[in-house]
Write a protein that binds this ligand. Structure first.
Ligand code: ARG
Length: 273
């Protein structure tokens, strides 16, 4: 069974945590009085990049900018499907300037960037499943941005209501295991969603893997899958076990220092499709 899971080579966009810090609190994980160990953060992040490359993935990076401590969370800066780039408009004033730098990177890399008019936090809330964009709202990205995304991509956008402030971005409560036609599947933590949104997920993905609150609080839902390998927090042991039973290969990467800002593996990784 294990050998039936086929990885696909990915292109990831990241940003080095040179200026990473917790200087303001815009989610319940952030406490500005808690010190960040920048050297440890750098080591953990470098290990993530080495791991991606060792698994055959391409990694591009945006230059970090002083004074933008959350810029390391590349996933929030755009969502790219079929070479179409929808940029971001951050909810928090502190993060708004990040967009300028990411948009510039995309332009230099040959992509046109469509700017949203309403608050929209990229892959933090807009998750491409291979068929639809699942789209979170409730804390950051607005329903108006979901409408904009559907119009821009011409793909069905399924709005999902997030209800737990600890799981303020969709990518903290759900990730895509397999975005191919046949195997298309996700993992999610049901309690992070309103009852109606939970039902929508059950209907769309009856075979999904359900995660526990422990998996979610250790940022196990903030994982990245290439279709075979799942890059996942080592603390999410129960979830890693379930994934292995389904024939996936969990690859543990510890980004514990980033948890202090409410981020994990997926937050640090944007996929360019
Ligand atoms: N401190 C950042 C924020 O609250 C963390 C972003 C995490 N990124 C993510 N894709 N969930 O905006």
């Amino acid at each position: 069974m294990t050998d039936s899971r086929v990885p696909r080579r990915r292109r990831y966009l990241v940003c080095e945590p040179r200026h990473f810090a917790v200087q303001y609190a815009i989610n319940p994980w952030m406490h500005p009085d808690v010190e960040v160990d920048v050297d440890l953060a750098q080591e953990q992040w470098q290990e993530l990049i080495r791991t991606y490359r060792a698994h055959g993935h391409t990694v591009d990076s945006v230059q970090p900018v002083a004074g933008l401590p959350d810029m390391v969370f590349a996933a929030n800066s755009a969502v790219v499907v079929d070479g179409r780039v929808l940029g971001s408009l951050f909810h928090a004033e502190e993060r708004r300037p990040e967009s300028v730098h990411y948009d510039m990177w995309f332009k230099q890399a040959g992509f046109a960037v469509h700017r949203p008019e309403s608050v929209c936090e990229g892959e933090g809330d807009l998750v491409w499943t291979g068929r639809y964009l699942l789209a979170g709202h409730g804390f950051r990205t607005t329903r108006e941005a979901h409408r904009e995304a559907q119009e821009f991509f011409g793909r069905p956008v399924i709005s999902l209501n997030l209800v737990d402030p600890y799981f303020y971005h969709l990518d903290t409560a759900l990730f895509v295991l397999d975005d191919s036609g046949d195997g298309n599947n996700i993992v999610y933590y049901p309690e992070a969603f309103s009852p109606g949104s939970r039902e929508v997920l059950e209907r769309l993905f009856p075979d999904a893997v359900r995660a526990t609150r422990e998996d979610a609080t250790s940022f196990g839902l903030n994982s990245v899958s290439d279709g075979r390998h799942v890059f996942i927090a080592p603390q999410a042991e129960a979830l890693a076990g379930k994934l292995a039973e389904r024939g996936y290969v969990p690859v543990a990467v510890d980004l514990s220092e980033f948890l202090k800002a409410g981020g994990g593996i997926k937050c640090c990784t944007q996929e360019i499709r």
